[in-house]
Design a protein. Sequence first.
Lengths: 273, 321
Amino acid sequence: MATEYATPEEYGLADLMCCAASREVQDNEVVFAGTGLPMVAIMLAQKTHAPKLKLIFEAGTLDGRPPEIPTSVGDARCEIGASRSSGLYDAFSIAQRGYVDLGFLGGAEVDEYGNVNTTCIGDYLSPELRLTGSGGNPDINSFAKRTVFIMVHEKRRFTPNVSYITSPGWRVKKWPGGEFVHRRELYGAAYRGGPSAVISTAGVFRFDEQSGKIYLDTCHPGKTPAEIKEMCFFDLDISRVNGETLPPSREELRIIHEVLDPEQIFIPHPVNR
Amino acid sequence: MSTSKRITLQQAAEIIKDGASLTFSGFTIWRRPMAIVFELIRQHRKNLHLIEVNGGSHTEFLVGAGCVDIWESCWVGHELYGKYGANLSRKVAEKKIIVEDYSHAEMMFRFAAGANGSPYAVTQTSLGTDLHNPEYDMLGRAGLRDGKRIAKHKYQFTEDPFYGAGSQVLIPAAKVDIAVLCVQQVGEEGTVRVNGQYYSDPEVARAADLTIVMAEEIVPEEYLRRSADRNTIASFEVDHILECPFGAHPTGMFGRYDVDGYFLKDFYGMTRTQEGFDDFAREWIHGQDHVSYMEKLGWSRMQKLKANTALNYSVREKGGK
């Protein structure tokens, strides 16, 4: 049966991003997800094309199968159907050991090498705004084979220099000097990969593993490559654009809004649905 | 013997002196020892050094009330009820607090080292980030790295001497005076049974020099010892116990009650300014005790949050909706 895709008036941006993120997951993968939209995306994958994915929540549940969206990774719902419920030492040990294929993360700023900031805006020693801090962002990003960032697209957030590198991209700082080197050089035997995609409110971006540079892969419906290039403070490579981001299917929308998040805790209902 | 560990809420807060280093049970907005946190604020505790695997609403109350000089952790906020820690942000901007940033796994492994008696842990996380920027060693900049309770260095870097696996990060064990836990059940001799995810509770209890456990209920020790495989922390790791139903509110407790989303949203909204925090504290903390606080919340609020005992979460409300 052919997939029925929704028309633009039937879905919102959050739905589109959630479905794009879900499609990054392959069946049987071990996936690590944080609270919010990443969690909805991963559970959507679990309920569609990747029923055997193994879901890890940072607070300490391994291979969980919650029937509906937990309100945070510490929620009682996280451990429904789980293989094991324990704590953070288990979750991070498993990640450092190399079990994790894919991590879903968020960020306030990203640079063209996929370095992400969730710590502060402005000079760290005298910041304009202190944010939440790193949480598990750098850990999941250091340990997983691939990471996908889900971000609001504003020009100031797509910047040549993030205020603080919270989470490591493809070219990172070598201390004590702070000169930029390829991630592979620094991570040695612990090197497994790095950021594989950024899904913003404007499009889907990927990284060239050799150069480590970001490029535009698909534009969300209604956006052009030139418009998206104009929405970045760095010089975005738009030479490899691969058309439009695939819209949500009607079935994906049904699962998001009727099964996973009917209370609209993370994903608002589209107006015309 | 059986009652020797029992103390009151007031005594629990009195044990924690000005300048103490403190850590807590729970995760972000779950199972935080809020009743003791409120009592610390009532007693005007000062100069605390919080060392936490992660922060949360309890951090924001202590920081907002001016109890904290140093916060060493990785994250603070109220999850979906408040996207960052407004009190911490304000105090950072005003340079009224020292923040020492580590990653989440680093903090967890620092506590694991503290818990097993190692001076440090080794990890491969966060290489190449500003977490490892030597300019951003804030306790070092403040001249506080005495090598006693605060490690001589924030990080050390080395190459794997055993298998040639490349760069390794050495992180100092967490050395903490007091762990304050909030759990479902504790026995009269101190045995702890946590239901649901135990987060980093076993490690923080073991790493701290003194452990205070506030439980929803104190139960007969022999009841817990009938199924020792279900227990989380051994009796002799716990120094003091107290019973305080709903002691984690407004944070949630697996199997007992959910996070009070309305309360946290309201708190987050008001704490954008110090005046807002002070108003909130005047209404909910000062001049109250735990019973009057619960009465002020009221039964209609509490019964909405009460967990279904088969599902372990509330079916009357979800995520504040």
